[in-house]
Design a protein around this ligand. Structure first.
Ligand code: CP
Length: 322
């Protein structure tokens, strides 16, 4: 396997291997020696056509902790603004010797195009494409969930855990990747949203669908709040902040209806006051900061497994993602 484009490409065993590798790498990386020689001499290009804080920085941190050379490319300030195509950008990166390209793009399908075009020979990792997928976000969410709900046990999946994903499902690549990956890992997923923020065809997704957040909260082991993505909406369809928060926002009162062990997740960036109150975002039940840390470990694991460098104990990795 050569690329990671979709969470659907991962079998249960692929996903568990990535989570286990991330656990092992996080333990090594957690020691005072923060750097491993694993990917010395390899070049990872972060190719970002869309804004990012967490994903871009954590891929950079992950590659550097594995001793890869990192090139950060941002479309803003590049020749893309002069009209250069994805193809010519890719050919330029290939000429510079990229072993892996981590791509975020506003167009759904751009990573798939890059991976199948023959423009580059290296590995392609989807860091979020349009409203399509964000597979490493789903992996880091699964990692954080496994730690909180299953104690981070190696080899474990999320069988029987009930995960509720709430909010702007229509525009969410995070929701699409999570529904796929979490169900592959055995979780029972429910998506909750106003009808206007659910995609056509959601009935065929491998999850339950509800419009009533209060009804599902008591039966959730984790509640994942999504950002309302105003930048992808026609202004005429903006929900008002107050109305949205009243029906679909998570505040302290609603959080109290969740089981005691249940956690609150958010991929970030958050609209505090809209889908989540500051009280909930800053509570110990909220895993948002743990999710960011998990992102570095999981992205180290993905790069390590794809690029097949020598591991923490010197063994060679086998590539896992397709
Ligand atoms: N969760 C996430 O993808 O955040 P960024 O857009 O900041 O990378």
């Amino acid at each position: 396997k050569h690329h990671l484009i979709s969470a659907a490409d991962l079998t249960r065993d692929d996903a568990v291997l990535i989570l286990d590798t991330a656990e092992e790498l996080s333990r090594v990386a957690g020691r005072p020696i923060k750097k491993l020689p694993t990917l010395r001499g390899r070049t990872v290009v972060n190719l970002f056509f869309e804004d990012s804080t967490r994903t871009r920085i954590s891929f950079e941190a992950a590659a550097k902790r594995l001793s890869a050379d990192v090139i950060n490319f941002s479309a803003k300030g590049s020749s893309v603004s002069k009209g250069e195509s994805l193809k010519d950008t890719a050919l330029t990166l290939e000429a510079m010797g990229a072993d892996a390209v981590v791509i975020r793009h506003h167009d759904s399908g751009a990573p798939h195009r890059l991976a199948t075009s023959g423009w580059i020979g290296g590995h392609v990792v989807n860091a979020g494409d349009g409203t399509h997928e964000h597979p490493t976000q789903a992996l880091l969410d699964a990692f954080a969930l496994r730690r909180r709900l299953v104690g981070g046990e190696l080899g474990a999946d999320l069988t029987g855990r009930r995960v509720t994903i709430v909010g702007d499902i229509l525009h969410s690549r995070v929701a699409r990747s999570n529904v796929r990956l979490l169900t592959t890992l055995g979780a029972e997923v429910t998506v909750v949203a106003p009808p206007t923020l659910l995609p056509v065809g959601v009935e065929s997704w491998p999850c339950a669908v509800s419009y009533d957040l209060d009804a599902v909260l008591p039966d959730s082991d984790a509640v994942m709040m999504l950002r309302v993505q105003r930048e992808r909406m026609n202004a005429a369809f903006f929900p008002t902040e107050r109305e949205y928060a009243r029906r679909y926002g998570l505040d302290g009162e609603r959080m109290a209806r969740m089981p005691e062990h249940a956690v609150v997740m958010h991929p970030g960036p958050m609209n505090r006051g809209m889908e989540i109150t500051a009280e909930v975002a800053d509570s110990p039940r909220c895993t948002v900061v743990e999710q960011v840390s998990a992102g570095v470990s999981v992205r180290m694991a993905v790069l390590y497994l794809l690029l097949g460098g020598a591991g923490p104990t010197g063994e060679e990795a086998t590539a896992t993602a397709s």
